[in-house]
Design a protein around this ligand. Structure first.
Ligand SMILES: [Zn+2]
Length: 235
C-alpha cells in the first residue's frame, strides 16, 4: 500500500481516517486533534475548519509531547515551524479550546432540544427510550450517582459529564442542574468525541472544572432533592 492521504482517506461509507504524526496509528479524523501551519506558526484547529494541509495527533499527552519535539516538523516536512516550548502548551492551547467547545456543544444541545433538561422531561424521555446518554454533574451526590448508574445500566446508556453542577446550571440556564439526557444527533456525537478527548488529556491538571468546596448544610439538602429527582427516572 502507498503511504499517504489517499490510503488513510475515506473508505466507502466509513468515517474519514487519518494517521497520528507521532505514533502513526490510524483513527477517525473527528477523534484526532488537527493542527495546521499558518506562516511558520503551528495552530491547533479545534473546529477542524482551518484551510491548509492538516496534521493529526491523538488526544493524548504522550503523542502531543512527541509531536512538539519534532513530529510536527517531520509531518509538515519542514524544519522552520515554531514548535511550542512552554510546558503548559497542552493545557493552555488545547485543553482550554476543547473545553470551550465542550461547553458550547452542551449549550447548543440545550437550545436545540437535543439535550433534555429538567427531571420530568428527562424522566419522560428515558421512559420513551429517546435518550442515548446521560449527562451528570461531577459533584452529584453519591446517592444520585448510584441510582443513575443503576438506571443507566438497565437501559444500556452511558453516563458522561466533566462539569460541576454550577457550570452545568450556567450553560443550561437552569438552577441546580445535576442530570440531563442526550437524544441522538450531531451535537451528541460531537459531545462524545470532545468528552473522550478531554478525558484522554486529563492528567497534569483537571480537564474541566475545579473541585468545588461545598457547604455541608446546603449540600446535604441539595443531595436529598437530587436523589428524589433521580427516583423519578425509573421505568
Ligand atoms: Zn498518536
Amino acid at each position: 500500500m502507498i503511504e499517504g492521504v489517499s490510503t488513510a482517506g475515506q473508505k466507502d461509507g466509513q468515517e474519514p481516517m487519518r494517521r497520528c504524526v507521532s505514533c502513526r496509528s490510524e483513527d477517525s479524523k473527528a477523534r484526532l486533534l488537527r493542527f495546521v501551519v499558518v506562516g511558520s506558526t503551528l495552530c491547533f484547529d479545534a473546529r477542524q475548519r482551518l484551510p491548509g494541509r492538516g496534521m493529526q495527533v491523538c488526544a493524548s499527552r504522550i503523542c502531543l509531547e512527541r509531536a512538539a519535539k519534532g513530529a510536527f516538523q517531520r509531518g509538515a516536512q519542514r524544519s522552520d515551524i515554531e514548535l511550542p516550548t512552554s510546558s503548559d502548551w497542552i493545557d493552555e492551547s488545547i485543553v482550554s479550546a476543547l473545553r470551550r467547545l465542550y461547553e458550547e456543544v452542551i449549550s447548543s444541545g440545550r437550545i436545540s432540544g437535543q439535550l433534555v433538561v429538567g427531571s420530568e422531561a428527562v424522566t419522560q424521555a428515558a421512559k420513551d427510550n429517546e435518550l442515548v446518554a446521560y449527562l451528570v454533574a461531577v459533584d452529584a451526590s453519591q446517592g444520585t450517582m448510584e441510582k443513575l448508574e443503576a438506571n443507566a445500566r438497565r437501559k444500556g446508556l452511558p453516563v458522561k459529564g466533566l462539569l460541576d453542577r454550577q457550570a452545568m446550571s450556567r450553560l443550561i440556564g437552569r438552577e441546580n442542574t445535576v442530570i440531563s439526557g442526550w437524544k441522538a444527533g450531531r451535537l451528541h456525537d460531537r459531545f462524545m468525541v470532545l468528552e473522550a478527548q478531554l478525558r484522554g488529556l486529563a492528567g497534569a491538571s483537571a480537564p474541566v472544572g475545579e473541585e468545588r468546596q461545598r457547604e455541608t448544610d446546603s449540600a446535604e439538602t441539595d443531595d436529598r432533592k437530587e436523589e428524589q429527582e433521580v427516583d423519578l427516572i425509573q421505568s
